[in-house]
Design a binder for this molecule. Sequence first.
Ligand SMILES: Nc1ncnc2c1ncn2[C@@H]1O[C@H](COP(=O)(O)OP(=O)(O)OP(=O)(O)O)[C@@H](O)[C@H]1O
Ligand SMILES: [Mg+2]
Length: 141
Amino acid sequence: MPPGEGLGEASIAVNGDADIVAARSRAKEMASAVGFSRTNQTVIATAVSEIARNIVVYAGSGEIVLRAQRCDGRWGLVAVASDEGPGIADVEQALTEGYSTAGSLGVGLSGARRLMDSMEIDSEVGRGTTVTMCKWADRRG
Ligand SMILES: Nc1ncnc2c1ncn2[C@@H]1O[C@H](COP(=O)(O)OP(=O)(O)OP(=O)(O)O)[C@@H](O)[C@H]1O
Ligand SMILES: [Mg+2]
């Protein structure tokens, strides 16, 4: 059976700091259920919490959906974070380490990309942002 088959999906409404913690622990639980190593559970939880934090800081609210599914032809855990916030004018710039419009460290998005196996950002100024990222399962299904 493919790793995580039958787990369904988890959807977390992200409206504030408490929801970042919830997204982080839900991601960890789901990663554990899929069979990720403890290290990779933490890796996934960290990436998900950075993306959740960006929703709170820049958009105010949004949603994160976690799913065990195929990505790029391999089983894995996929996280889709979406918001209807201000959007990102220059995605490549936003992914540059050290770039921040909030006077922060500017390592959240680039760090999350490094931690995961793939990341796609779909964003439009005035409409919102969707970040889709995936980590491949430790074993093949
Ligand atoms: N969901 C989002 N909506 C709008 N802008 C965003 C969103 N996520 C990221 N950004 C933009 O991308 C920039 C880089 O994000 P990143 O998470 O890397 O750094 P940061 O949030 O500024 O600092 P930190 O290191 O504390 O996360 C942000 O400063 C912001 O301008
Ligand atoms: Mg950030």
